[in-house]
Design a protein around this ligand. Sequence first.
Ligand code: SF4
Length: 404
Amino acid sequence: MQTWFAKKASAACPPPPRDRSGIRIGIPKVLNIWSTHQFWVGFLRNIGIAPENIVFSSDTSEEQGREFGKGRGTVDCCYPVKAMSGHYGELLFGLKNKIHIILSPMIYSLPSFMRGHVSETLACTRVMAGPENIRAGFMKESDVFADNGVQYASPFVNMAEPEMVSKQMYDCLKDVLNLDMAETQRAVDAGYKALREFNQKARAETRKILEWCAREGKPCVLVLARPYHMDPGIGHEIESDLQAHGYPIVWLQYLPIDDDLLGWIFRDELQAKQIRSPLDISDVWTSSNSSNTNEILWGAKFAARFPWITCVLRLSSYECGMDQPTYTPTQKIVEATGTLFFKFGDLDSTKPTGSIRIRIETIVHYLGKYSNKIIQKKLALLHPDCPLLANHEEETASAASNGK
Ligand code: SF4
């Protein structure tokens, strides 16, 4: 009778992971790995890969491409894809401690915060196909992976649909990592949890910056770009040059999406039923299929309304066909409220330092001259109950009453 209620060991205590502590895995730090890295780290750690054995390639650089990617180029002309050869080569030839596996996922769709508010959250087709494309460059004369004793694993993943991912990861990795389905499922859950927690933390940090701007009446700058423009070799750290002039920088990927804040900036449109939710972009972009494009359009709407974002930096890479149709809409959305808009397009491997410096000086000049006016103009378009100032107003009131 007692045994009926006893917990079965297999259900209550999952078996410990097989010993994988000696396996080293290299991940090319490219494309949408920039927005999903915590998933991959969470997954690998959960199956017993030691943190020090999860190795990302370095930031993109001309030297990396020259030293490790030379002669491996394939047909793609988009710069962030082309640059992947250097990352693959670095993991194969450039590490002191050799890796056993290269993990380079083919990401079909993304777990965007806008999912459910847009038609789809697909990755760019070049992001999806990039790993296969670049792998071909290392298989032309011989299998360079096998020659170097490295296994190549490239799971095709619908990251927007977690229920599909366990099977996809299991199918690709079961033999490479000796996985069973139950532990794959647990590791996928751990990956999503790690990604969720990282994103929440990053959004909370951005909120603190925006709160500071609101409290102090200071302007900040929003970067509208794809996640991989955070890579200094892809985005050329243009935003860092601006930050050095004292303007806080925030990235659209980590803007806070708390109900109180979004309810405040989109209140009138929600009440007028012009949009279904604060993350709805159907008023400005009807074919909302591409995840990163959707987020860029939404970021433009946020920037246009949020008073203390007085300037937007729009970054885009050489030969990016996905960005072409977004240039005019994003500029029009941002400038509709007088917010400053500066575009750096066609970024590639070279950094024309002189011309970037001159443009930064121009941006700094306009920020200094117009930010206060822009803040006041945008504040006048919103209701006075800014949630970012709520605590500040309470503190000021209590300090005043204490001083009486
Ligand atoms: S979105 Fe543009 S830059 Fe990114 S992979 Fe696609 S074509 Fe290349």
